[in-house]
Write a protein that binds this ligand. Structure first.
Ligand SMILES: Nc1ncnc2c1ncn2[C@@H]1O[C@H](COP(=O)(O)OP(=O)(O)OP(=O)(O)O)[C@@H](O)[C@H]1O
Ligand SMILES: [Mg+2]
Length: 371
């Protein structure tokens, strides 16, 4: 396992990981056998994208001349990222040329002469929050162009992108995407194996399902269970508080990025507390949100990994997201009652996000929902 350390630029160390054998095999076959030029690893915060990407990068290192890892958490300019890659790949110490086009051209040239794995971690950091569809933040549009060209142009390299949100539209070639789901019960138990938490089979099942097998969330709650509930999972579950402290922050980071239409859909699903079909959504949200607005919102929520598909095409929220959203709705309700107003049932966007739903898009074209 792993490659020559000198070939690994910035790849984080990985602790022992639970499960993910299937996902690793799939990703490895896309990269090594199919020779995909671009692979997306998607999923909500804390689900394990960076961990898996680092494991994969280390496992596949022997087949690459170099592996270059960069987190976009601090939103570096795309020219800086290109410059860093060029410097790492060049044998000479020459300065990278000036400008995006020149740097991209040189990078493509370098990628034609040797096989390199480029990892871009946390791409959502350069995506605009609160807008329907995919839009890069002002000043970061270059990432879209660079990714498109790296996906389309002939070269020997591979770009592995991790993101909480799907960054690209479907019309990119040679792109494969894997959405990471939570760990199963056995894997979650193994994850928390060394923590002082205990419970019977039903307690474990309920705990894992409450946090949809999210390793970060499970690690956070295990601390609380240990410190506050004497390690008793059942005692913690009995409190019926899934969202608090750092988990609230984790969810808040993602929920704040939703557009008003998405907030309307989430608010209503949270209120409803059970899977809802598209027709029912339209019936209940209209006329404050247009039909096309709802299609777009549902698509966007799936792109952000927040919405799940239940049986017979119904939609539902992940349990912790549901609780977070339901709390947000009721807090807003109480606040509004205090002001002597009641919340109109059809306007959850306002109730939940404090914003009024806008007509979704300018071109008026209904968007196909890709499942
Ligand atoms: N399969 C796994 N086995 C053991 N631990 C895991 C696994 N996946 C994730 N973890 C742990 O869960 C935490 C969150 O994982 P990670 O940082 O990879 O999530 P992420 O999806 O990259 O989140 P973000 O969107 O915030 O970047 C880390 O502490 C990591 O060590
Ligand atoms: Mg990460």
């Amino acid at each position: 396992m792993g490659g020559d350390q000198t070939q690994l630029h910035g790849v984080p160390n990985v602790p022992a990981i639970e499960g993910r054998a299937q996902e690793l095999a799939t990703l490895a076959s896309w990269i090594s056998e199919e020779r995909c030029r671009m692979v997306l690893l998607l999923g909500v915060g804390g689900i394990g994208k960076s961990t898996l990407a680092a494991r994969l990068a280390r496992d596949l290192a022997p087949e690459f001349a170099k592996v270059h890892w960069r987190s976009l958490r601090n939103a570096p300019a795309v020219e800086d990222w290109l410059g860093g890659v060029i410097t790492a790949l060049s044998s000479t110490q020459t300065c990278p040329p000036i400008g995006l086009e020149a740097r991209l051209g040189l990078l493509l040239e370098l990628l034609r002469s040797r096989r390199v794995l480029l990892v871009l971690d946390n791409l959502e950091s350069v995506l605009e929050p609160g807008v329907p569809g995919v839009q890069y933040r002002l000043g970061y549009e270059g990432y879209g162009e660079v990714l498109r060209r790296l996906g389309e142009s002939a070269h020997q390299g591979c770009v592995l992108v991790t993101s909480r949100e799907r960054p690209l539209r479907e019309d990119y070639t040679a792109v494969r995407a894997l959405r990471l789901e939570g760990l199963n019960i056995d894997e979650s138990r193994a994850l928390l194996g060394r923590k002082s938490v205990a419970g019977d089979a039903e307690a474990w099942r309920a705990l894992v399902s409450r946090y949809a097998g999210n390793p970060l969330a499970l690690q956070m709650v295990s601390e609380t269970i240990d410190l506050v509930f004497g390690g008793e999972i059942a005692a913690f579950l009995a409190q019926e508080t899934a969202v608090y402290g750092s988990i609230r922050q984790l969810l808040g980071e993602q929920v704040e990025r939703l557009s008003p239409q998405e907030q309307a859909v989430v608010g209503w699903l949270a209120e409803k507390h059970e899977p809802v079909g598209f027709v029912e959504l339209v019936a209940n949200l209209g006329p404050s949100v247009t039909r096309s607005g709802i299609v777009e919102a549902v698509e966007a929520l799936q792109r952000r990994s927040l919405l799940e598909r239940g049986t017979r095409g119904a939609f539902t929220l992940q349990p912790a997201v549901l609780e977070y959203a339901a709390n947000a709705v009721s807090i807003e309700r109480v606040h509004r009652r205090g002001l002597g107003r009641t919340v109109a049932a059809e306007n959850f966007a306002e109730a939940w996000g404090g914003a009024t739903a806008q007509p979704a898009w300018q071109n008026g074209k209904p968007v196909a929902v890709a499942w």
